[in-house]
Design a binder for this molecule. Structure first.
Ligand SMILES: Cc1cc2nc3c(=O)[nH]c(=O)nc-3n(C[C@H](O)[C@H](O)[C@H](O)COP(=O)(O)OP(=O)(O)OC[C@H]3O[C@@H](n4cnc5c(N)ncnc54)[C@H](O)[C@@H]3O)c2cc1C
Ligand SMILES: NC(=O)c1ccc[n+]([C@@H]2O[C@H](COP(=O)([O-])OP(=O)(O)OC[C@H]3O[C@@H](n4cnc5c(N)ncnc54)[C@H](O)[C@@H]3O)[C@@H](O)[C@H]2O)c1
Length: 476
């Protein structure tokens, strides 16, 4: 059998891995990037994650002449064209570097620093000085009677996010199971496309990690857009309606009958599609990690230290596979941590990350950094904080005309500070452009700027950041 030799091997073409490969390859090291599917060059984000979903969020709000179904079909085709372009650009970005080899095969360790590559019946092995695991995560598919078993869905009506955004027919009635990022983003997006959306969330309250006023504002905006929320509800099973004589909705497939246990008793919902949005698990199965001496935890995540070193020498893990927060920018930041060890420069660790801002791309987007008001008050005694809060409904912020200009003045902006030290403790921004403003607040927090610095800055106008002038002027 052929044994290929490299300096560095990245397994998985994800954000952190591809960026690391590019830097090492351009520095002259012989690098292999092993990716199991040519449809995944560039990883989850550009193919089936952030980019296609945000392109669809955008498309959902565009005006259109035809009917909703046709607009959706066009939007899926445009999204596919965009991801194809990005995929090709990602491949070229690495393939064009002389010292980088992109290998399309599935990788599995057969021993320390030794990997078997399988592509169809073709098998090869490779060895290298250093390995970087960047295999991402896969949707969790728990057993639900009639819907899923052994990690597989049982009917073409049942989808994870990956399949749903590959379907070019708009589901008339969509049931979403879950209450996290994907559930909220898809609920908001499909309602805007014209689907009748029901979210089945096991949590008794929506967005349980947010302050109640924020959660209420988000839920009310989505409800206003037509989303129905069933809280404290559980899907008990899914049946094909064909079996019970209910006629097919779109001719091709009979709708599914989704059994849901709610606080007020069992109900059945007819659905043309069911989305399982129940989290994603680190993709470590079948990687042969035990043979390489790489340990995993109870969730299947690769165990790493704050330098992202695994339990095996010269093996690092970046991105979703190491069990950290599942965001593309975290994977990208992981590459900086690894690079600081293998290419020199100031050392960096996960402990250097002070804040990790997030955005849930509902409409308008909801972003958060740092603590909620509830968490800040709960920790106030321990840290000696004198918690101050400023909270304003977006429609009532006089010095922030931008949401009115773009015709979406919904939402709430809330900042939490320590009045003693003037430190910013957290911000929740549920408003137009919040995915941008949150980075400004996060920057201030990371660099220990007082909230007055954000309050008294000159901002461009009309922008959304200028809301900080007025909202932070109202700390109580
Ligand atoms: C629907 C959806 C929307 C999202 N939206 C956002 C968002 O708006 N913003 C955000 O920051 N994050 C978002 N995320 C999360 C984000 O996409 C992930 O956190 C990020 O892409 C993880 O990147 P990664 O570097 O860990 O690896 P990935 O990009 O997941 O890449 C891993 C690669 O490894 C390959 N692979 C796996 N096993 C093997 C093997 N044995 N051999 C060879 N190759 C292998 C896979 O095919 C894959 O291409 C979203 C995720 C989803 C699913
Ligand atoms: N904008 C973004 O940054 C973005 C967008 C989409 C996805 N993502 C990432 O992708 C990952 C996956 O998203 P997600 O929404 O699937 O996960 P999530 O962890 O955000 O939410 C999972 C939801 O499923 C529920 N759940 C889990 N198991 C369940 C079960 N057996 N029965 C009923 N409910 C169950 C949880 O209570 C939770 O509400 C997230 O970790 C997120 O970081 C990020």
């Amino acid at each position: 059998m052929d044994v290929l030799e490299f300096d560095d091997v990245v397994i998985g073409f994800g954000k952190g891995g591809k960026t690391l490969a590019g830097v090492l390859g351009r520095a002259g090291r012989r690098v292999a990037v092993v990716e199991q599917s040519e449809q995944m060059y560039g990883g989850t984000c550009i193919n089936i994650g952030c980019v296609p979903t945000k392109a669809l969020v955008y498309a959902a709000h565009l005006g259109h002449d035809g009917d909703d179904a046709a607009h959706y079909t066009d939007s899926i085709a445009q999204k596919d064209a965009l991801t194809a372009k990005l995929r090709a650009a990602n491949f070229t970005m690495l393939d064009s570097v002389d010292t980088i080899t992109v290998i399309t095969a599935r990788a599995e360790f057969v021993g320390p620093k030794r990997v078997r590559l399988s592509a169809g019946t073709d098998e090869r092995e490779l060895t290298a000085e250093r390995f970087y695991l960047n295999t991402g995560s896969l949707p969790a598919v728990p057993d639900i009677p009639g819907a899923s078993e052994g990690g597989r869905v049982l009917s073409p009506r049942i989808h994870t996010s990956t399949e749903l955004i590959s379907e070019s027919n708009l589901p008339g009635r969509l049931v979403i199971v879950g209450g996290g990022y994907i559930a909220y983003e898809f609920a908001s997006m499909y309602a805007a496309f014209g689907s009748e959306v029901t979210v089945v969330d096991r949590s008794p309250i929506p967005l349980k990690h947010e302050d109640r006023d924020v959660a209420a504002a988000v839920a009310s905006a989505l409800t206003g857009d037509g989303v129905r929320f069933l809280q404290g509800a559980r899907v008990t099973g899914v049946a094909e309606s064909g079996e019970t004589g209910v006629p097919a909705h779109d001719g091709a497939l009979a709708p599914a009958l989704v059994g849901v246990a709610t606080a007020s008793g069992p109900i059945t919902i007819e659905a043309d599609a069911v989305l399982l949005a129940l989290g994603r698990s680190p993709a470590t199965a079948g990687l042969g990690l035990d043979k390489a001496g790489v340990e995993t935890d109870g969730r299947g995540a690769v165990v790493v230290d704050e330098r992202l070193r695994t339990t095996a020498p010269d093996v690092w893990a970046l991105g979703d596979v190491n069990g950290g927060p599942q965001h593309t920018y975290v994977s990208l930041d992981d590459h900086r941590i690894v690079l600081s060890q293998v290419a020199g420069g100031p050392e960096r660790t996960t402990a250097d990350r002070r804040t990790i801002p997030t955005t849930t791309f509902v409409t308008p987007p909801m972003s958060r950094v740092g603590l909620t008001e509830g968490d800040a008050r709960a920790q106030a005694d321990e840290h000696g904080w004198d918690v101050g809060v400023a909270s304003k409904e977006v429609a009532k912020i006089a010095a922030m005309p931008r949401p009115k200009i773009v015709r979406d003045p919904r939402g709430l902006i809330k900042l939490v500070v320590d009045r003693k030290t003037e430190a910013v403790l957290g911000a929740t921004l549920f408003c137009v452009d919040s995915q941008e403003i949150v980075n400004l607040v996060s920057f201030a927090m990371d660099h220990g700027l007082p909230y007055t610095a954000l309050r008294d800055r000159m901002y461009t106008h009309p922008s959304s950041a200028e809301a900080l002038n007025e909202v932070l002027g109202a700390i109580v």
